[in-house]
Ligand binder design. Structure first.
Ligand code: ADP
Length: 158
């Protein structure tokens, strides 16, 4: 079973990592597909985001980190992947995620979206919150993996 976990991951948080670790238990191969989100202004470049996530999963051969552009379903077809992994936190995620799942299915009826719930300590964690805390020179070490923490410290002179 090949899964794809798509997102902008700006930056990748421990909530994202929690979802990857859960999904990797049942996916033989899991692609973390990093993209630009046209509705968001990004803090890190696409290359920086890919590089950081690769560092987080260095040594895990079944977790592959790549960037992609264009339609997710086209990327999935190129990887022969049929399952989209997405994380669900509070109710606020639901409407957007539901819409995306139907949009992807309407383009390719063979893809299924699997929603996963993170550990309860990550239910209210978002990349936006991490960026806000780091911007104000707060400690984000309990919210993001080490390679991300290092880059945030450099970026904001924390
Ligand atoms: P996008 O820009 O595509 O929404 P994100 O990087 O914001 O990408 O999120 C990627 C996926 O990870 C989404 O499905 C989102 O709901 C999920 N996610 C984000 N933060 C968490 C978290 N703390 N716990 C579980 N899932 C999360």
């Amino acid at each position: 079973m090949t899964g794809v976990y798509p997102g902008s991951f700006d930056p990748f948080t421990l909530g994202h990592k929690d979802i990857v670790e859960r999904a990797a238990k049942f996916c033989d191969k899991l692609y973390i597909a990093v993209s630009e989100n046209i509705n968001k202004k990004h803090l890190f470049t696409l290359e920086e985001r890919v590089e950081m996530i690769r560092e987080v999963f260095a040594g895990n051969d079944n977790i592959i980190v790549e960037s992609f552009n264009g339609l997710l379903v086209d990327y999935m077809q190129s990887k022969k992947a049929a399952y989209i992994i997405r994380g669900l936190r509070a109710v606020s995620d639901f409407e957007y995620e539901f819409q995306m799942a139907f949009a992807n299915r309407s383009i390719n009826n063979n893809v299924e979206t699997i929603f996963m719930v993170p550990g309860s300590r990550y239910l209210f964690l978002s990349s936006t919150i991490v960026r806000d805390i780091a911007y104000n020179k707060g400690d984000v070490s309990s919210l993001v993996p080490e390679p991300v923490c290092k880059r945030l410290i450099e970026k904001y002179n924390i």
